[in-house]
Ligand binder design. Structure first.
Ligand code: SIN
Ligand code: MN
Length: 297
């Protein structure tokens, strides 16, 4: 799948592109049928909501689940990003966010590149998020919210929030968000009110810039909002520090090779290197290595 000139211009202006119903219900079923099995696993890759046992996000399923390993190499997700960067990509992060009915907690206002820079020392924002909806996303189940055009500001000052949710995040303060929203509304001149929230059926896809400011509120509805996020990084822009465990910030910079477009619904063999569990080496971080060497960190 290639982007045309109008799409490229819109991405440059807004920082995201939305593709409603890009994947068919049959393709999505192969993925959503696998989610309960993954969420039931007792693996460190399942991060739970702070209230209890409900899975907030599952990391790195592309290394131990065949349907998600296929999605991670899907040309509809990989090709447009490769086109934009003009370079091969590797998988920086792969996650299945639950946002479960009644229990799904907020994601505070942030830029993904803030975390990738501060924690992982990713040199530049040459990395992209591609999200795919496994459930319908509507106004009630915590849709992702964007401030259009905010990607143009580069990495904004952020604070490390370790308390609001169960997952540490570099977040942006409320005064800054209010200013960004006011400015985005003024720039859009009536096209939107400063915040947008793409909504659509399962199978819809969003591409968004790693500096685009985004958030989502909690899910008080009876409808889960499971979405998969591929964070694709240009190979030359690979991270320079392994402060986070490998299932959150990957260390294998091998270029992704796409599978055929029908790989989700036709037999298509894939390697599952973590099928028997998380390798011990994935849990070692560079700070651990420094500590073992006797350094004070
Ligand atoms: C994210 O920002 O990484 C996830 C947000 C969401 O799923 O709502
Ligand atoms: Mn994010």
């Amino acid at each position: 799948m290639k982007l045309d000139a109008e799409q490229l211009a819109r991405f440059d202006r807004d920082g995201y592109l939305f593709f409603p119903a890009l994947f068919t219900p049959e393709e999505m079923k192969t993925l959503s049928d696998e989610v309960p099995r993954l969420y039931a696993m007792q693996r460190p890759e399942n991060v739970r909501e702070k209230t209890g046992n409900v899975v907030r996000t599952n990391f790195a399923a592309h290394l131990y689940s065949a349907p998600f390993a296929r999605l991670a190499r899907h040309p509809r997700m990989i090709d447009p990003v490769e086109q934009m960067f003009g370079e091969a990509l590797y998988m920086h992060q792969f996650k299945i966010n639950g946002k479960q009915a009644f229990d799904g907690d907020v994601w505070q206002w942030h830029q993904d590149y803030g975390t990738w820079l501060n924690d992982d020392l990713m040199p530049t924002p040459r990395a992209m998020n591609v999200a795919i909806f496994l459930d319908e996303v509507n106004e009630f189940n915590g849709p992702l919210m964007f401030i259009p055009g905010s990607h143009k500001l580069g990495a904004l000052p952020a604070g490390h929030d370790l308390t609001t949710t169960s997952y540490p995040l570099w977040t942006i303060d409320n005064d800054t968000i209010a200013t960004l929203v006011r400015n985005a509304a003024a720039t859009a001149g009536g096209r939107h009110g400063g915040i947008v929230a793409p909504k659509g059926p399962a199978g819809s896809m969003i591409m968004f810039h790693s500096c685009l400011v985004h958030a989502s509120s909690s899910n008080l509805s009876p409808w889960s909002r499971v979405s998969v996020y591929l964070s694709l990084c240009a190979v030359s822009n690979h991270i320079r520090r392994h402060k986070r465990v490998e299932y959150i910030a990957h260390r294998d910079f091998t270029p992704i090779e796409c599978l055929p477009d029908d790989c989700l619904i036709k037999p298509c063999p894939v390697d599952l290197p973590w099928a028997n569990g998380t390798p011990a080496s994935a849990l070692v971080t560079s700070l651990d290595v420094l500590r073992e060497a006797g350094a004070t960190v």
